[in-house]
Design a protein around this ligand. Structure first.
Ligand code: UGA
Length: 439
């Protein structure tokens, strides 16, 4: 058992804290947002993440997990203090490191003995050096400290599973002293552990997210070629993915990547590499292909409906991906906002994200279910591939729609089946729709 504190109770901090407690460590989660801490202490969970609520409850009840708004409390408790605070983007694409720096100072000020301080937030390469310098400067009791980089690889929507069964654990250290303790933390997860220098660990994180985004943009670019040539993107990526050197994951063409990680991390990485003297043109193209996907999809809507002003369009799915209520940089926003601007009326349904969506899209109608969102519309747009949309009663859907035209941004249905059912069905990188437009 290791005594751990985690500063920051966002997605990463909260899920990590709960999973560490689950395998037997003693965990204190710290946040300076007193309201949030009170909510967590009262049994509330501020985010929707499958499995998280039960995990937190179980470990709080077992006495392995608690919450505090006092960083000194967290630092006093822990042998190892994790930093898991946000690193939001600045307007120029670089990373705002204010929170990491502040927490480093606060930890330093509260230290009375040797600590291992671990950065888990996604940060630019060389941040570890900065954190170590900051702690040294504000460490009034002159305690020994080791700074470690331990990037996280969890995905929203399956964060608990990703943390409990990680593909690997990356530990970046400046020397051997903290290694045994970090290994003790991760040993119960039975994953390969790789130990590197700090800069390499930090780079691994940005390199992974950028590469995954590159795969998505590659598939999206291929989808354009498929539409132009009459090929089928589903078959193409299936054929590619069976090659073990390529792999099928993250080759789903669609409306492009969104969320709080990829868009931010790719532009941060471009910025960091520029500072290091390299123009990462490949990643600039990844971003540009991603932007084009929304444009191309909007063009399909316009080509089909001609005028959207005063038309009613239904939307299925708002969250940036399924199994989350997160709306940050959701691709749905890149579709809905321009349509609203043009005077379309939007009715939408999302299984989890509607409360959070109201902040981003105050001027649309929110519906009880998918059929309500489709009722009497001029067209139905699918923005997020929630499983429950795959199993909709398509006959019923057609009957409630005023005009059975579907713009499927996530390729949920079989174009032939949709054709046979009498839909005008347009999707991404697949065969012709009955009206002869490219699907
Ligand atoms: C991503 C990474 O997958 C995690 O490994 C990483 O830890 C995390 O960022 C982070 O840096 O914190 P996440 O943003 O939660 O996780 O979600 P993903 O499942 O990676 O999806 C990102 C976006 O790509 C979504 O908008 C999704 O719809 C899109 N996507 C994904 C595609 O368009 N096609 C695909 O084939 C896969």
């Amino acid at each position: 058992m290791v005594k751990i504190s985690i500063v920051g109770t966002g997605y990463v901090g909260l899920v990590t804290g709960a999973c560490f407690a689950e395998v037997g460590h003693q965990v204190v989660c710290v946040d300076n947002d007193q309201k949030k801490v009170a909510f967590l202490q009262g049994g509330g969970i501020p985010i929707y993440e499958p499995g998280l609520e039960e995990l937190v409850k179980r470990n709080v009840t077992a006495g392995r997990l608690r919450f505090t708004d006092q960083i000194a409390d967290g630092v006093a408790h822990a042998e190892v203090v994790f930093i898991a605070v946000p690193t939001p983007p600045k307007s120029d694409g670089s990373v705002d490191m204010t929170y990491v720096e502040r927490v480093a100072r606060e930890i330093a000020g509260a230290m009375t003995e040797y600590k291992i301080v671990v950065d888990k937030s996604t940060v630019p390469v060389k941040t570890g050096e900065r954190v170590a310098q900051t702690i040294k400067r504000y460490n009034k009791n002159k305690c020994e400290v080791d700074v470690v980089s331990n990037p996280e690889f969890l995905r929203e929507g399956c964060a608990v599973a990703d943390l409990m069964q990680p593909d690997r654990v990356v530990i970046g250290v400046g020397g051997d002293r903290p290694v045994a303790k970090l290994k003790a933390i991760y040993e119960p997860f039975h994953a390969p552990i790789i130990v590197t220098d700090i800069n390499s660990a930090e780079l691994i994180k940005h390199a992974c997210n950028s590469f995954l985004a590159l795969k998505i943009s590659y598939a999206n670019a291929l989808s354009v070629i498929c539409e132009a040539s009459g090929a089928n993107i589903a078959d193409v990526v299936h054929g590619m993915g069976l090659d073990k050197r390529i792999g099928r994951a993250f080759l789903n063409a669609g409306l492009g990547y969104g969320g709080s990680c990829f868009p931010k991390d790719i532009s941060a990485f471009i910025h960091i590499t520029q500072e290091l003297g390299y123009d990462f043109r490949l990643l600039r193209e990844v971003e540009s292909i991603n932007r084009d996907q929304a444009e191309r999809f909007l063009k399909k809507i316009h080509d089909t409906l001609w005028i959207v002003k005063d038309k009613t369009l239904g939307v299925l799915g708002l969250a940036f991906k399924p199994n989350t209520d997160d709306m940050r940089l959701a691709p749905s926003l890149n579709i809905i906002r321009p349509l609203l601007k043009e005077g379309a009326k939007i009715k939408a349904f999302d299984p989890q994200a509607m409360e959070k969506a109201k902040e981003f899209l105050p001027d649309i109608e929110y519906c009880q279910d998918a059929y309500e969102a489709a009722r009497n519309v001029d067209g139905l747009i699918i923005c997020t591939e929630w499983d429950e949309f795959r199993t909709l009663d398509l006959e019923k859907l057609k009957n409630v729609m005023g005009h059975p035209t579907i713009f499927d941004g996530r390729n949920l249905y079989d174009p032939k089946l949709m054709n046979d059912l009498g839909f005008t069905y347009l999707s991404i990188g697949r065969r012709l729709s009955p009206a002869g437009q490219s699907g």
